[in-house]
Design a binder for this molecule. Sequence first.
Ligand code: PLP
Length: 410
Amino acid sequence: MNMTESNISIQGVNLLDIAHRYGAPVYVYDADVIKRQYDTLLDAFSGVNVKIKFACKALSNISVMRLLRSFGSGLDTVSIQEVELGLYAGFEPHEIIYTPNCVSYEEIQSAIGKGVVVNIDNLSVLERFGHDYGNSVPCCVRLNPHILAGGNHHIQTGHIDSKFGISIYQLRHLLRIVQTYNIRVNGLHVHSGSDILDAGVFLQGADIIFDAARNFSDLEFIDFGSGFKVAYKDDDVTTDIQDMGKKISKAFNEFCDEYGKKLELWFEPGKYLVSEAGYFLVKTNVIKQTVSTVFAGVDSGQNHLIRPMFYDAYHRIINISNPEGTPRVYSVVGYICETDTFAWDRKIAEIREGDILCFLNAGAYGFTMSSNYNSRLRPAEVLVYQGKDILIRRRESLDDILSTQIEAVF
Ligand SMILES: *Cc1c(COP(=O)(O)O)cnc(C)c1O
């Protein structure tokens, strides 16, 4: 993004113009930033056979999926609907990994029927899978190495009480099932949740997985999930991708030498690929002075961007209608009948009613976590690609809300 004050633009397209053209609220994505992030990750792991599977729950617009596919990315999915969207978007089944948790066995069978890579995260499911498919269909197994990252408790999945993955302490049981049914385990997976800070934590997890991997003879890949940290504030510490790439590649290559086969190394980044690429533009409806604070009330709320309320997430907010205005302190709140506070006591260039505010780092878990609460309509999405803005999702209308309802007659 070009932040030369009065002309805040991406790829030369002015953000304020986008807000005027498509209306607010609107999500805007910068394809160049997605490409940059994708390339950075590939470069960092250039020493190994790396495959990137975009975790599309972060941003599941099919145009964004297609964009990532054009870069060479595969897809990480967590529901049969995401699998179906991915296939619809043009991914080949083998490019898609399906990592469900606590879904019905029928859903897993359906995914197997579609030919995608199935990642099993429960012993009872593995047993049923073995019974039904034997070694006719390979599968990946999700392990929980119980590595604790320093991140937000809400998004940690590796702790001892986690519902994700098969505990590494159940490895013997797992192996007995694999042997009994002659299951062809072609991949091992570990995803410890978001916000892992450094290569050290990753390597700790990797060592445990390598140890486990020595028990499986049919491996083709090891999937290290995600957890790349993204900076939301200026002083946020982020993952040093280059450093991590070097260290993990070295450890991985050493393991492959010992294993006697060049395996693929998979990652499933969501946030890392699309967070920074996203901007969320909202219009200021009212400025409300109370005895203790000044509220800027916007035409959005937890229904469109729930991360601040759900995860205590911090999003930078800038006033793109008045970027050179004198900074003042505001609490930015939504219009939903809940305490949907986006930001407390934030210094923002003077906000006037009607001004367009821009949330930064809004590409991941923004639109995909949106809802129709308060019967509000979901916003439009715009992709800026090769210097042009493309509408990739129209704003909803009341008809969208009514379309699934069946009228009872009284
Ligand atoms: C959510 C998720 C990801 C992506 O996590 P990010 O923090 O967005 O990178 C990757 N793999 C699995 C299995 C997930 O559930």
